[in-house]
Write a protein that binds this ligand. Structure first.
Ligand SMILES: Nc1ncnc2c1ncn2[C@@H]1O[C@H](COP(=O)(O)OP(=O)(O)OP(=O)(O)O)[C@@H](O)[C@H]1O
Ligand SMILES: [Mg+2]
Length: 178
C-alpha cells in the first residue's frame, strides 16, 4: 500500500468487523517518528494476539488476511515496533511506531479521506481521532457532531462535505507554521 492512511482504513474495518461501537485513532508525530494507535471495544482477541500477523489467518470467510501483515511488513522494513493487545470482551488495541528517516516508510497520505470513507460506511460507530504533531494537536469526536446534528445522519452527503473541510482545515493548522 502506498499510503499509511490506507493501512489505517483496513485496521478501522477490522474494528468494525469485530463489532466495535467505539473506536479511537491516535496519530502522534514528531520529527523522528510516527506513532499510530487504534483502540476499539469490539470482540477482542481470543488466543495469542500475534497470530493476527499471520497472512494465513483470517476470521472472515476467506483464507488470507493481509491487513495486519502489511502493517507488520512496514514495521519490519523500517525497524519500528508494533504491539497488539486484546482479550475476548475487552476490545483490541493495536499500535505501531515507525521512524521517519526510513526510506521504505510510505507517506501518511490522505487521512481525511480514510476517516470520511469510514464514517460513510459506519455512521453508527462512535469514532474519535486525535492527531498530535509536536506541540500542536487536533481532536475529532463523531459523537459530538451527532449531538449537534440532532436528526440529520452523520453520513448525509452534505454533512460529509462539511466534515471533510473541517478535518482538512484542522490538518492544515496542524502542519502549517510552527
Ligand atoms: N480490532 C480487531 N478486533 C478483533 N479481531 C481483529 C481485529 N483486527 C484484526 N482482527 C483479527 O485478525 C484477523 C486478521 O486481520 P487482517 O486485517 O490481517 O486480515 P482480514 O481483516 O481478515 O483480511 P483483509 O484485511 O485482508 O481484508 C481478522 O480476520 C480478525 O480475526
Ligand atoms: Mg483487515
Amino acid at each position: 500500500m502506498k499510503e499509511l492512511a490506507l493501512n489505517i482504513l483496513d485496521l478501522l474495518e477490522n474494528s468494525a468487523a469485530a463489532k466495535a461501537e467505539n473506536i479511537m485513532l491516535i496519530i502522534y508525530e514528531n520529527t523522528d517518528k510516527i506513532h499510530i494507535e487504534l483502540k476499539d471495544d469490539g470482540s477482542g482477541i481470543d488466543g495469542n494476539p500475534n497470530r493476527l500477523l499471520d497472512p494465513f489467518y483470517s476470521s472472515k470467510n476467506k483464507k488470507i488476511g493481509l491487513g495486519l501483515p502489511f502493517v507488520k511488513e512496514i514495521v519490519t522494513l523500517c525497524q519500528g515496533s508494533m504491539d497488539i493487545q486484546g482479550k475476548p470482551g475487552s476490545g483490541t488495541n493495536i499500535s505501531f511506531n515507525l521512524p521517519k528517516g526510513c526510506i521504505d516508510l510510505p507517506p501518511l497520505g490522505n487521512i481525511v479521506s480514510t476517516i470520511i470513507t469510514f464514517i460513510t460506511l459506519h455512521p453508527e460507530i462512535n469514532f474519535k481521532y486525535e492527531h498530535v504533531i509536536g506541540e500542536k494537536f487536533s481532536i475529532f469526536d463523531s459523537q459530538e457532531f451527532k449531538t449537534m446534528l440532532e436528526d440529520v445522519p452523520i453520513n448525509h452527503p452534505k454533512v460529509l462535505k462539511l466534515l471533510e473541510s473541517y478535518l482538512e482545515n484542522n490538518l492544515k493548522n496542524l502542519y502549517g507554521g510552527n
